[in-house]
Design a protein around this ligand. Sequence first.
Ligand code: TEU
Ligand code: CA
Length: 557
Amino acid sequence: MSENKAWWKEAVIYQIYPRSFQDTNGDGIGDLKGITSRMDYLARLGVDVIWLSPIYASPNDDNGYDIADYRAIMKDFGTMADFDEMLAAAHDHGIKLVMDLVVNHTSDEHPWFVESRSSKENPKRDYYIWRPGKGNNPPNNWESFFSGSAWQLDEATGEFYLHLFSKKQPDLNWENEKVRREVYDLMTFWCEKGIDGFRMDVISMISKVPDLPDGPRKADGYGDPMPYVCNGPQVHAFLQEMNRRVLSKYDLLTVGETAGVTIDEAKKYARADGKELGMVFQFEHVGTDGKESRLGKWTCGKPDLPFLRSILNKWQKELAGVAWNSLYLENHDQPRSVSRFGDDRPKWRVLSAKMLATMLHFQQGTPYIYQGEELGMTNSHFASIEDCEDLEEINAYRQYVEEQHLLTAEEMLAAIDRVGRDNARTPMQWSSEKNAGFTAGTPWLALNPNYREINAEAALKDPDSVFYYYQKILKLRKKHPIIVYGTFEPLLETDENVYAYARVYEGKRLLVACNWRDREVSCTLFDSTKGETILSNYPAHKEGLLQPYEARVVLEG
Ligand code: TEU
Ligand code: CA
């Protein structure tokens, strides 16, 4: 294996969703001062990097993923002075800061779009993707990822603009060189402020197939844009240009959020020669909740181990030595991992959260922790659509339940409980006090009522907490380079219950095994080992078996 060492391969990233992290002024919305105030906590956990979901000026149609000014801070979150203070505090704690870069689209309130829509002759018209309709119908059959047509008719000029996400998120036209220059300029602005990297939102979608053909028809009658917007014809050329103009001038962590990425595409995005990005987020393993799904994530089932494992192992094997993996189970778009893949019943929650952490963090790649994952935070419950804030949930409910009658309200709410994005967005649970110590006011999204038991304060008092287990994993990563650079060897690939693998490096071998079941299962992997157990969620191992949700890591040689 060609061993290209890099700080961002050795690092562990902690994702903060600022809106839900820590409020300091009682408006019920997390803010930058709140992040600054929790820097000690993050340093104690031992993370190397913070990735901040967007903090730029935004009307918050999609909680900041709709940007109205790339060089200003969202009013709810504070000021540029607060940002500078936060960045300095992070660096003082030895923590780097990665920003979210959302440049597939802007807000419809961005001045570029305000100009662009004003007339067909406006110099910024071509900053976005405008097309005449087919009669009164949209230019093609594409469905927005947030429901309904991906096209919006704009009265002023009688043309439609493309929005793959909400209609307040018009897609930028990357074919226009001026657009690309604008993007490189704003990236340079943040690099010059001293940030340490970018997470690039849906960067796999910036190049569309030019004639925008109809997509394959879906169960709800719309066409799927994916084949024509993902990994498009120019995407690698654009990223190589971005790399030449900006990325190569700084020492950055870069991770592309690449929905629809395949192994072959990932090898290009995350090329080991560093000409594009450092790594990408692939989506296959978070699409394992039922292989066949009529209405996407809303009609899925429970993920199963063999399928999930086959995907993760495939990424490990295929990218080895050619590109670098990113490792994640959670983010602000995904439900809580302990509820989805583990077991959130009180009896098993802690054990299974530790098991999942073990399974993930000892694979090869850069691991990501999403705020609250280190506490084993769980999915919440949404009794009515009125309790939801996420536009993806709300729009899907309107379309599938109210307009098309493809799902009942009960079915949709059950799906939201299972996979809705608001599960990840309930406020961070800091303590058992009022509003979990998140805010002195009214939280923008209701807390998960289990904050009285599950919170950071309780975790910090309990040596057996999920928090300290993560802390231990992060320390081990610093101590044993095999965890970062060792090659990956799958083990027991057909076992129904156990996820096991080995890592190999400089004459050493690391054995990892995780029991995915709430019962003892047979496993002889550790029976003859003379190695040292460096991590487990149980005090002692039993010959020939793994205890319920047992996870064990043994270092040999
Ligand atoms: O998500 C992109 C993306 O691929 C979504 O379709 C995602 O899969 C979906 O939200 C999961 O249900 C990014 C951001 O992470 C997300 O928060 C934004 O809403 C979206 O882009 C638009 O900017
Ligand atoms: Ca606030």
